[in-house]
Design a protein around this ligand. Structure first.
Ligand SMILES: Cc1ncc(COP(=O)(O)O)c(C=O)c1O
Length: 460
């Protein structure tokens, strides 16, 4: 089981200004919440700080969406489109519509009906808008769910390893230990999942849910096939386990065939809490995400309502409500594309597909089979998403990243950041989302030089 705190990285300060011994100090981090200073919380700051220190470096680290498609004028248009929708389609009077956009608002959000339509159109998911909470990014959705599920000290969360560091950090903040479940080439090792559930229960613990990304996971890039999704749902039913399905990258598939159904689309037993993000499919700056939580919860008065209502109760004490202006921008974009994000993202999908293919081909050219030691450098070939994992013949840590940025001008993410323990990891994550093919070429040349140097350094 994972211990809290510790870890491989210098955890504090998280990329901020170092405090000198002579400076007066009012608070000690040791007296604050134990999550503060934990590597899971400092990881993102550390990576940002490295890229700020080396602004000229090519970044194959950031999982941000491609900025060339950002359009300020479209933001205004989306806002207007949603405003017209309120008046023309929903029959709001102008002052009502103005209030809805500019005043404090409904905790569960104001674009839930459009999200429900989007899920029906793109994913074949049938959901009542009342089962949706619109959140400040998917990150808040994860936090609300974990906060609600963590009822006592024996509760634990299972998560497919390697996993998104934002999930691990959110779990730390609510004192919920994360138990890794093996991912492997199928995306989730079901035998290991069953074994971890049993092990936790035998130890007197209560596994509350298993978090996973069935589509083009961050960071592994691995996807789960449809038959395995069905087996996972069966197992979740047998073990009485909730599944937290996070799906920010599912639309960005390389091949033109049909996408596998989401777990939520296959979920007939309300086993799946579905986490959504508009950061990659509309605009990260809007900071809008959502959670579908249709599980029925009996309240203390015996009345039954959706889990979404409990999450909204927490939200009302965290962010009150998600900015209606930001929601309106998302709503307008949805309306302009018949609520289909598939339709809204054709340009984006082809750019990410082009980049992913370019990166994989570039790796193959730089590390050809049979070349000296080439077998020692391997990489994944994901069917979509933003991320490729490169395995190298030496451990990859933050010191190597720093050297890579300083001496070779290329940034990437050590895979160690996505594991919740301190074992050395011989792999790094490359992201294709925020770069051009030309930048990929430069970045890969520099990465190849780093790998050559590092191998020589270790050999000599
Ligand atoms: C797997 C995963 N979940 C959630 C998020 C956070 O999404 P949001 O920006 O909507 O908070 C990210 C962001 O990169 C992610 O990769």
């Amino acid at each position: 089981m994972r211990r809290s705190g510790g870890g491989r990285r210098a955890a504090y300060p998280p990329g901020g200004r170092a405090v000198t011994a002579t400076e007066p100090v009012d608070l000690a981090v040791a007296d604050l919440h134990p999550a503060l200073g934990d590597p899971a919380l400092t990881s993102m700051n550390f990576l940002n700080e490295v890229s700020e220190r080396y602004p000229a470096a090519v970044s194959l680290a950031a999982g941000r969406p491609y900025e060339e498609f950002f359009d300020l004028a479209a933001v205004h248009r989306h806002l207007d489109t949603f405003h017209r929708h309120l008046v023309d389609d929903l029959g709001h009077r102008p002052e009502q519509a103005r209030r809805l956009l500019l005043q404090y608002g409904r905790t569960k959000g104001i674009v839930h009906h459009l999200i429900a339509r989007n899920l029906a159109v793109d994913e074949g998911i049938t959901v009542d808008g009342e089962d949706i909470v619109v959140t400040v990014g998917c990150q808040e959705a994860m936090f609300l769910v974990l906060r609600a599920l963590r009822a006592g000290p024996t509760d634990v969360l299972l998560a497919v390893a390697p996993t998104y560091v934002g999930l691990t950090g959110a779990a730390r903040l609510v004192d919920l230990p994360v138990w890794p479940v093996a991912g492997g080439s199928s995306g989730i090792d079901l035998a290991d999942l069953a074994a971890q559930v049993r092990r936790a229960r035998a130890a007197g613990l209560r596994p509350r849910a298993c978090y996973l990304m069935p589509d083009f996971a961050n960071p592994s890039g691995v996807s789960i096939d449809t038959a395995h999704r069905r087996r996972l749902l069966d197992l979740a039913g047998q073990e009485d386990l909730l599944l937290l399905e996070d799906n920010p990258y599912g639309l960005f598939h390389v091949d033109d065939g049909p996408r596998p159904p989401t777990l939520k689309a296959l979920d007939t037993g309300r086993r799946v809490v579905y986490l959504g993000s508009f950061a990659k499919t509309v605009l990260p700056g809007a900071r809008v995400g959502y959670v579908v939580a249709d599980q029925r919860v009996a309240g203390p008065d015996g009345r039954v309502g959706p889990f979404a209502d409990q999450l909204a109760m927490i939200k009302s004490m965290v962010t009150v409500n998600t900015s209606p202006i930001a929601q309106a921008v998302i709503g307008g974009r949805l309306l302009e594309h018949g609520c289909s994000l598939v339709a809204a993202n054709t340009r984006e999908r082809s750019a990410y597909t082009r980049n992913l293919r370019h990166l994989v081909a570039g790796l193959a050219r730089r590390f050809p089979p049979g070349a000296d030691g080439a077998a020692a450098v391997r990489w994944t070939v994901p069917a979509g998403g933003f991320f490729v994992v490169v395995t190298v013949p030496f451990p990859v840590d933050d010191a190597l990243l720093d050297r890579s940025a300083r001496d070779h001008g290329v940034l990437w993410t050590p895979m160690a950041h996505f594991y919740d323990d301190t074992a050395p990891v011989h792999a790094l994550r490359l992201s294709v989302s925020a770069v051009t093919p030309e930048q990929i070429d430069v970045g890969l040349d520099r990465l190849a030089a780093l790998i050559t140097d590092e191998r020589a350094r270790r050999a000599g």
